[in-house]
Write a protein that binds this ligand. Structure first.
Ligand code: PMP
Ligand code: GLN
Length: 410
């Protein structure tokens, strides 16, 4: 194995997805919906598969299928209040993962520092290290410890944040809404980050894969729309999250030409292009939703409306066994404190308490979650030793099964 891959062999998704299958546990772990995507999205792929257009069976344009980059531009340009050039300011990638990888490989030099806000989507850290960069961590601090808890209680300390910026800082990851805790950043918080980025000449890798999953009364603000931020921000999205088709593995990045060019260089030599049929289908899905934009039946509104009661229901049933949920403002995950649950988890030195609890829950109760310390750097894993993450983007029948598990347990 190449030296640069040292330390990347463990992966929480690989480990816990396998374990969930082995234990036949109810899966509230890895983040994916267990309900079908909208009919029009499924139809789009069926129609594409049956198409008489021979070109849809072959490679398409490297940086993004023309119909898809146009749909991205048509959908997102109004939100940025600028015309996004579909050829030079957008790139379509293999999932949001592909865009994150392209951003880091394409823009981070050895010796560069990259700020990562904890808890963070776990791949940020190995991506930075493999590129030769140095991750610099700053945890969101939870400012409240009595119920009810909200992701809004998790805040960046302004002084601590500025202390992480210096002349070596190349970029900061801003995951909004955050996975796993569900924080949706306020205008004030985004301005604070943006001001520091401008002061220290730092890029933003804005991971907004859950941008539509915002619960009332919260509002999602794109950091790239703040004054002078378009120029220094790559905004990353995911068709998997947008249309509930995580298996389609299509993502994108939007941003200024010079930054997108770096991603295009990585992409053209790594994947060259993404599969044509799924790009065509996602393009049609965007076109369909564009005609419904702003209406309740638009999937960008109906999906969070459908998830909101699932969020509240999950909070309720996990509370019944003494877990303390942190109510997310966005996304489809819920982090909960399990420290009040009285169970002997042993004390294997090499494994943190949350890993032991999640494994116990899977083994003994047949309920799968994800240990939250997987979203922390080695030095800060202790901050999450009592936290488990659940995914609530599930059929009501799945949540009902979870409730039955809880009922038997009580
Ligand atoms: N960023 C975050 C915050 C995520 O939770 C995920 C997982 N969906 C990704 C990026 C990767 O998305 P994709 O499945 O489109 O590669
Ligand atoms: N983003 C999803 C999650 O956080 C899935 C990640 C993955 O499977 N790699 O659960």
């Amino acid at each position: 194995m190449a030296k640069r891959l040292e330390g990347t062999d463990k992966n929480v998704w690989v480990e816990f997805s396998q374990m969930t299958l082995e234990h036949k546990a109810l899966n509230l772990g890895q983040g994916f919906p267990d309900f079908f995507p909208p009919d029009h999205v499924r139809r789009a792929l069926v129609e594409t598969a049956n198409s008489t257009n021979q070109m849809l069976y072959q490679y398409t344009r490297s940086y993004g299928h023309p119909r898809l980059v146009k749909a991205l531009s048509d959908t997102f340009s109004p939100m940025y209040d600028r015309q996004i050039n579909q050829n030079t300011e957008a790139v379509v990638t293999i999932g949001a993962y592909g865009a994150l990888f392209g951003a880091v490989q394409g823009l981070v030099n050895p010796e560069d520092e990259v700020i990562i806000i904890e808890p963070y989507f776990d791949c940020y850290e190995p991506m930075v290290k493999v590129a030769g960069g140095t991750p610099v961590f700053i945890p969101l601090r939870s400012t409240k410890n009595s119920s009810p808890l909200s992701s809004a209680d998790w805040k960046l300390d302004p002084v601590e944040l500025e202390s992480k910026f210096n002349e070596k800082t190349k970029a900061i990851f801003l995951n909004n809404p955050n996975n796993p805790v569900g924080k949706v950043y306020s205008m004030e918080e985004l301005n604070m980050v943006a001001d520091l980025c401008k002061k220290y000449d730092v890029l933003v890798f804005a991971d907004e894969v859950y941008e539509w999953l915002i619960y009332h009364p919260n509002q999602h603000i794109k950091i790239a729309t703040l004054p002078d931020m378009w120029e220094r921000t790559l905004t990353i999205g995911s068709a998997g999250k947008t249309f509930s088709v995580t298996g389609w593995k299509l993502g994108w990045a939007l941003g200024p030409e010079n930054l997108i060019h770096a991603l295009q260089c990585v992409h053209q030599n790594c994947a060259y292009t993404c599969p044509t049929p799924t790009q065509e289908a996602v393009a049609r899905a965007f076109e369909y939703e564009l005609s419904l934009m702003g209406k309740p039946e638009c999937y960008y509104n109906s999906l969070p409306a459908q998830l909101n009661p699932k969020r509240d229901r999950t909070a309720k049933f996990i509370s019944e066994v003494g877990m303390v949920p942190i109510i997310p403002e966005g996304g489809y995950f819920m982090v909960a404190d399990f420290s009040q649950i009285d169970v002997d988890l042993g004390s294997e030195d090499d494994e943190s308490k949350d890993y032991r609890f999640v494994k116990w829950l899977m083994r003994e109760k047949k309920l799968a979650g994800i240990p939250t310390s997987a979203f922390y750097s080695q030095q800060n894993k202790h901050l999450a030793e009592n936290l488990i993450r659940f995914c609530f983007s599930k059929e009501d029948s799945t949540l009902e099964k979870a409730e039955e598990i809880i009922k038997k347990w009580k």
